[in-house]
Write a protein that binds this ligand. Structure first.
Ligand code: KG4
Ligand code: ZN
Length: 341
């Protein structure tokens, strides 16, 4: 099956075509960063309006990149949620309408299932079962993954998500939006021996996370240094080390508990260079293979949605023509694909 993937959950319009025999045929991304920069964060209504303008030209661009026409498509997958309701509705409406006009199926995909399966776009791809660490702007999850739609939640964040913690800390340091990558760049110039923050929740056996206390520690350091700002890079470095240490500590625990031999890391924070280096070292030490998507597929993209939708469509899953978007939906509620009559 040749499936068009559409991602519009937040501030990125992502389009891709995935072929279940040949793999990823093409993809393109339009980022709205310049549009929201002046506001210091995503303005939902501006995001929806921009998606509407981008969807059709971006789809045409990807199809011509793949030397295909709309008639060559066998199905359409779109992000159903979680995400911003207006942004989700633009993608869902576009997908359902296009699919209806072509008389092909459209299927809503859980955004986090997209992230979770993104490493399957790479070679070598991980095989099931595996342990997954999803670290995005909205979520920090440890999942035991037995197969497509067979997900058991092992750990979740009690407050801020890892990406959210990066973004809020970046804001405290005056780094603007998007904060995560800017904070990571500043951290590279910091001295790791100058400062240390407590590692949240590593003194307890739970696999849950909590990052909001870390933000408070950063705030106190920023306030203590006054106007000088000469400690900013060291603060960024200490913050990054604390987050990375915590994530590694929890992954280690989860690997102990599940005895899985493969670890998959996904979501925007998975693009963090320090996290990747440290995870490779930690997993190698215990004989576990770690899999990451390429950096551009860590953050939101159409390829992961095309892939996740294609795997479900090819297994026979179908839905009605009702246009749906679901801004809040738990990943652990998903089931394996069921062939429709
Ligand atoms: O997965 P994603 O693109 O969107 C969501 O579904 O949330 O993740 C975006 C998050 C943002 O919080 C961003 O700051 C963070 O990922 N991020 C990073 C890096 N690149 C993106 N955080 C740390 N280091 C990075 N290099
Ligand atoms: Zn995402």
């Amino acid at each position: 099956m040749r499936v068009l993937g559409i991602e519009t959950s937040c501030d990125e319009t992502g389009i891709a075509v995935y072929d279940t025999e040949r793999g990823l045929l093409g993809h393109a991304l339009h980022t709205q960063i310049p549009l929201h920069q002046a506001y210091g964060g995503v303005v939902p209504e501006l995001a929806s309006r921009d998606h509407i303008q981008r969807l059709l030209p971006l789809t045409e661009r990807v199809l011509s990149q793949c030397a295909l026409t709309r008639r060559d498509l066998d199905g359409i997958a779109y992000t159903e949620g979680p995400g911003l309701i207006g942004a989700l509705l633009t993608g869902a409406t576009f997908a359902k309408t296009l699919a209806w006009s072509l008389q092909i199926p459209a299927l809503g995909v859980h955004h986090l299932e997209g992230h979770l399966l993104a490493p399957l776009l790479e070679d070598p791809a991980p095989s099931f079962p595996f342990l997954a660490l999803i670290v995005s702007g909205g979520h920090t999850l440890l999942m035991d993954v037995r197969g497509l739609g067979q997900y058991q939640l092992l750990g979740d964040t009690l407050d801020d998500a890892a990406g959210e913690a990066f973004d809020k800390t970046a804001k405290l340091l005056g780094l603007g939006y998007p904060g995560g990558p800017a904070l990571a760049r500043l951290a590279e110039t910091g001295d790791p021996t100058r400062m240390r923050f407590a590692r949240p929740m590593t003194d307890r056996p739970t696999l849950d996370f909590s990052f909001s206390g870390l933000k408070t520690q950063v705030l106190l350091k920023v306030q203590a240094q006054g106007e000088g700002r000469e400690q900013d890079a060291n603060i960024a470095r200490a913050f990054e080390e604390a987050v990375v240490d915590t994530l590694i500590w929890k992954c280690d625990r989860a690997l102990d508990q599940t005895a899985r031999e493969r670890l998959v890391v996904a979501g925007g924070v998975g693009a963090n260079r320090r996290l990747r280096e440290r995870l490779v070292a930690a997993t190698t030490a215990r004989g576990v293979q770690v899999y990451f998507p390429r950096t551009e597929f860590c953050t939101d993209n159409g390829a992961m949605i095309a892939l996740a939708g294609a795997l479900r469509l090819v297994a026979g899953e179908r839905e009605d023509a009702i246009i749906r978007a679901n801004p809040r939906r738990e990943l652990a509620e998903l089931t394996a694909p069921v062939e429709s009559p």
